[in-house]
Design a protein around this ligand. Structure first.
Ligand code: RB5
Length: 145
């Protein structure tokens, strides 16, 4: 499974931690930056990661900023992206089961590193349930028409 990951300066350290953990677990990672704690603009990285998911270069994306809010607002502007901002595991699982979320957003200034990693692991290991949720997920694109 190939995962796209990106952050701004506020999420940089958590991104490095998550990337290292996922590489050890055998995931392939495409890192779209940022590459330091120097201030940058989160929409740039949201766009890069989301386009990688939309173009099927990667199967899922992880975006990290200070709160996760800027990343999730930016990501959800892109057609076909279903970004879920999660601060605990249950929402992460349900965002896969019910919403078929293809991007996970995390707030590095909101949650700790170990909680973030457990959220990532729960999110990546949970499949979409389909069934009654299929039509609703399709309707998300209809909302923007
Ligand atoms: C950067 O200071 C901060 O605004 C950003 O990381 C994020 O929290 C925005 O939503």
């Amino acid at each position: 499974m190939r995962i796209a990951i990106g952050s701004d300066h506020a999420g940089f350290e958590l991104k490095e931690f998550i990337k290292k953990s996922l590489l050890s677990a055998g995931y392939e990672i495409l890192d779209f930056g940022t590459n330091s704690c120097n201030p940058v603009d989160y929409p740039v990285f949201a766009k890069k990661v989301c386009l990688s998911v939309i173009n099927q270069e990667t199967t899922a994306g992880i975006l990290i900023c200070g709160t996760g809010i800027g990343m999730s607002i930016s990501a959800n502007k892109i057609k076909g992206i279903r970004a879920a901002l999660c601060s605990e595991e249950l929402s992460a699982r349900l965002s896969r089961l019910h919403n078929n979320a293809n991007v996970l957003c995390l707030g590095a200034r909101i949650i700790g590193t170990e909680l973030a990693l457990s959220i990532v692991k729960a999110w990546l290991s949970t499949p979409f349930e389909g069934g009654r949720h299929q039509k609703r997920v399709e309707m998300i694109e209809w909302v923007a028409e």
